[in-house]
Ligand binder design. Structure first.
Ligand code: TRP
Length: 334
C-alpha cells in the first residue's frame, strides 16, 4: 500500500456508465484501490451544471452509477466512494477559488469550450457550467490528490487545477494544496461504435456496462470498420477501424490480435470473423458485470447507505483541507 499518494476520480451521474468509462478509468481504479488510498466521487453537483432544470435525472442516476462501480469491482472497503453534494467543503472551496480564476481563463478551457459549442448554449450558458472546472479543482485539491485517473478530455481540468494550487498556495503562509497529475490509461479514449472519437450517450454510440447479450450483438454488428474493405480478399485498414481498436482495448490474447491484424492488412480476413472475435470477448467481459449489477441495483437503499458511509468519511478529509485554506487566508474558522 502506497499511502503517500492519494487518488481521486469521479463521474457525473447523468446516466449508467459505459465501456468507454471502463476502458478509460474504471478498470484502473479497481487496480489502484489495492495500492493507494483512493476516493471515488459521484459528481452530482457537476452533473447539475448542464441539467439544472432536470435534477430528477441526476438524482435517479446516483444509485445507477454506484451499482456500476460495485459491479466492476470498486470495493467500498478498499475505496471511499462519496457524493459531491454531501461534501459541503467542496462548495466552499469552489467559492474561494472562483476569486482567483479569471473569466478569460475559464473561457479558454478547451474541453469546456467544445462542450459549450456542442450543446449550443450560446447566451443561455449556465454560469455553473462555465466554472465547473473550478469546482473540479476543489474536488481534487480537497482530497489532496496526487493522481487523477481520467480520460484525455480531462487534461485541461488538471492543468487548471494546478494553476489554482499554485496561486492559492502563494497566498497562504505555507503551502496547503497538492499539485496533481493526470493518470491516463492505455486506452484514454475509446471510440464510439460508429467510429466517432468519443463515446457519448447523446450520440447513441455507446455500449453500457449493463448491456444484455442482444445489445452487445447489435453494437458489434453495427460497428464501424474499414469502409473500403469490400471483399474478404481485399487488404484492410486497422487504423480508425473500431473493431480493432476495441480488440486492442479488451482482448486478453495480444498475440492472437497481432496475427489477426497482419492477416486483415494483408487481405483474406473478413469483417465478420473479426467482429465474432470481438463479440465473444465482450460477451465474456460484460456478462459477470451485468449479473453483479443486476443484483446490486435491486437494493437502492443499501447502495445509498454505502454512499452515505463513504461520504461521512470523505467529509472529514475535505473539511480539514477547507479549514487549512481558510485559516491560511485569515478567514475566521469557528
Ligand atoms: N469531469 C469529470 C467527467 O466528466 C467528472 C469529475 C468530477 C471528476 N469531479 C472530478 C473527475 C474529480 C476526476 C476528479 O468525467
Amino acid at each position: 500500500m502506497n499511502n503517500n499518494i492519494i487518488i481521486l476520480t469521479g463521474d457525473r451521474p447523468t446516466g449508467p456508465l459505459h465501456l468507454g468509462h471502463y476502458a478509460g478509468s474504471l478498470r484502473q481504479r479497481v487496480a489502484l484501490q489495492h495500492t493507494h488510498r483512493q476516493f471515488v466521487l459521484i459528481a452530482d453537483l457537476q452533473g447539475l451544471t448542464d441539467n439544472g432544470s432536470n435534477p430528477q435525472k441526476i438524482r435517479d442516476n446516483i444509485p445507477e452509477v454506484m451499482a456500476d462501480y460495485l459491479a466492476v469491482g470498486i470495493d467500498p472497503t478498499l475505496s471511499t466512494i462519496c457524493l459531491q453534494s454531501a461534501l459541503t467543503a467542496l462548495a466552499e472551496l469552489t467559492m474561494l477559488y472562483m476569486n482567483i480564476v479569471t473569466v478569460s481563463r475559464v473561457e479558454r478551457n478547451p474541453t469546456v469550450k467544445n462542450e459549450i459549442a456542442q450543446k449550443g448554449f450560446a447566451r443561455s450558458l449556465p454560469v455553473g457550467f462555465l466554472v465547473y472546472p473550478v469546482s473540479q479543482a476543489a474536488d481534487i485539491t480537497a482530497f489532496k490528490a496526487g493522481y487523477v485517473p481520467v480520460g484525455d478530455d480531462q487534461l485541461p481540468m488538471i492543468e487548471q487545477t494546478n494553476e489554482i494550487v499554485h496561486k492559492m498556495n502563494s497566498l497562504l503562509p505555507a503551502p496547503v494544496l497538492n499539485h496533481c497529475k493526470a493518470m491516463l490509461s492505455d486506452v484514454s479514449r475509446l471510440p464510439g461504435i460508429d467510429g466517432s472519437a468519443k463515446m457519448s450517450k447523446s450520440l447513441g454510440n455507446t455500449l453500457l456496462l449493463s448491456a444484455d447479450e442482444e445489445a452487445i450483438h447489435r453494437a458489434v454488428s453495427a460497428m464501424y470498420t474499414d469502409p473500403n474493405h469490400l471483399k474478404i480478399s481485399d487488404p484492410g485498414h486497422i487504423e480508425g477501424n473500431v473493431v480493432f481498436t476495441w480488440l486492442d482495448a479488451f482482448h486478453p490474447d495480444r498475440k492472437k490480435i497481432s496475427a489477426m491484424k497482419a492477416h486483415y492488412q494483408q487481405g483474406g480476413l473478413g469483417d465478420r470473423a473479426c467482429k465474432n472475435e470481438l463479440e465473444g470477448c465482450l460477451q465474456e467481459l460484460i456478462a459477470p458485470i451485468r449479473e453483479r449489477r443486476a443484483e446490486f441495483i435491486k437494493d437502492k437503499g443499501e447502495l445509498m447507505r454505502l454512499l452515505k458511509e463513504g461520504s461521512e468519511c470523505a467529509s472529514m478529509v475535505t473539511q480539514e483541507t477547507l479549514r487549512e485554506v481558510k485559516s491560511g487566508l485569515g478567514i475566521p474558522v469557528f
